[in-house]
Ligand binder design. Structure first.
Ligand code: ZN
Length: 264
């Protein structure tokens, strides 16, 4: 067992067989340069040192579970300056065996309280833990074509939330998009993300209401720019070619944000 228990000072060494099994199961991890795969392994080990896994409903955290999450979670920060510091606002990762049901409460305009259940494959809380369904994490091994990946989705929210509420715009570096102020950088970001979101939302609504062709990408992305960002990040990291063919502008935008450094 590698210690995902807290208190380790040095990252655990990931046994070769376990690492190879993870790469084989999640082909989008293996489908990278030798240097990238080596860096993924280093970051995954550091992630295991820093994070604390908990199993809900009797779910047992095995090496396979912890490594599957770690290896996928570090992919978005692979070339982001700061690396794992993007995730240093929390420690806990709560694993459910399958989808979890969360009781939600909303108050409508007339003050009436509505309670309902929401079924979740994962959830990221601002400065709090990440919850994941193991069944859905495992599904990431076969949903590459559809661009679906719950781990990347939740960790994309984590990155987004580093600048406050999840709104679809992560904290941008100075000079992003050739801009000179933080405000202009944000405008530049949304000048690409917003039209892609609007177009996707429109096509999703048409498909749902009038039986039009369903657009590629998880329809959940049509619920808000924050969800669209997370859904598009999934696709960017597991099926970049398809994302490029559907939303060329997003690939360029994400390249500029996520591919800034190889040294981290
Ligand atoms: Zn989400």
């Amino acid at each position: 067992m590698f210690g995902w228990l807290r208190g380790l000072r040095t990252p655990p060494s990931i046994p070769d067989s376990a690492w190879q099994a993870t790469l084989a199961r999640y082909p989008f991890l293996a489908d990278r340069s030798v240097d990238d795969v080596a860096r993924l392994r280093t970051l995954a080990a550091e992630f295991l040192r820093d994070k604390e896994f908990h199993g809900a409903h009797g779910f047992v955290i095995t090496d396979e579970v912890a490594l599957a999450v770690a290896a996928q979670a570090v992919l978005p920060v692979l070339h982001l300056p700061g690396g794992l510091r993007w995730y240093d606002d929390f420690v806990g990762i709560v694993m459910h065996p399958g989808e979890a049901v969360a009781r939600r409460k909303t108050v409508d305009e007339s003050g009436v309280v509505h309670e309902y259940d929401e079924v979740l494959a994962g959830e990221a809380m601002d400065r709090g833990p990440v919850m994941l369904s193991w069944q859905d994490v495992l599904a990431g091994s076969i949903t590459q074509d559809s661009g679906y990946n719950v781990v990347i989705h939740e960790f994309a929210h984590k990155i987004d939330m580093r600048s406050g509420d999840a709104d679809g715009c992560p904290p941008l570096p100075a000079g992003f998009g050739g801009t000179s102020t933080a405000r202009d950088a944000r405008i530049a970001w949304f000048s690409v993300l917003q039209p892609a979101y609007d177009d996707f939302r429109e096509r999703t609504i048409v498909a749902e209401r009038f039986g039009g062709e369903e657009p590629w990408l998880d329809a959940y992305g049509a619920t808000s720019p924050a969800e669209f960002f997370a859904v598009a990040c999934e696709a960017y990291f597991v099926n970049r070619d398809k994302l490029t063919s559907e939303f060329a502008g997003l690939t360029g935008l994400f390249d500029e944000f996520f591919q800034r450094s190889t040294a981290g």
